[in-house]
Design a protein around this ligand. Structure first.
Ligand code: 5GP
Ligand code: ZN
Length: 154
């Protein structure tokens, strides 16, 4: 493989500039300043995005969910869908049993439609826990598409 960056490997215009690092390792700068931050766990990056305190490139918004572009896209389309309220992972969201998991998955489908990848196919992934590759402990569905996906995943 050559070393030229694929289009989805470069940061999107207006990228949010934090790179792929564990946000849980940072003492969240937005948590200590005055803001409208009022949801979930103060040090949670995605609660910060849901509250509008951390910039993100929004794709879709609903009453209980938000979809925004991944800061480090792994495919031409790479969007994250989160519930605005804090759940650590898909299991805890499922256990809540209030239809929010359904909304997150339905929103993932709407993202695929909006991004024009519904017909050719796409992947929805909930990385869960350490061995599942989860680095942000606020449940999120990755919506990936715009290129063929390999199986099994790494
Ligand atoms: P996980 O590794 O937990 O499955 O996925 C976390 C995702 O969040 C990663 O794909 C990572 O690139 C993305 N991410 C980490 N920090 C930020 C950020 O500040 N903004 C955005 N938009 N995405 C982020
Ligand atoms: Zn959170």
């Amino acid at each position: 493989m050559g070393t030229a960056a694929q289009p989805w490997e470069t940061e999107p215009p207006g990228g949010q500039g934090q790179g792929r690092q564990s946000p849980l390792g940072n003492k969240a700068p937005w948590a200590s300043r005055d803001s409208n931050y009022d949801c979930g766990v103060p040090e949670c990056l995605f609660c910060g995005i849901a509250a509008g305190d951390v910039p993100a490139t929004k794709v879709l918004d609903s009453e209980r969910t938000i979809a925004f572009r991944d800061i480090s896209p792994q495919a031409p389309v790479h969007v994250l869908v989160i519930p605005k309220s804090h759940y650590p992972n898909v299991g805890t969201l499922a256990a809540a049993g209030d239809g929010l998991l359904d909304e997150v998955v339905a929103q993932a489908h709407k993202v695929a439609v909006a991004e024009g990848i519904e017909d050719r196919g796409y992947r929805v992934v909930f990385n869960t826990g350490r061995e599942g590759g989860q680095t942000v402990a606020h449940v999120h569905a990755h919506v990936l598409g715009g290129r063929p996906m390999a199986w099994p995943p790494g």
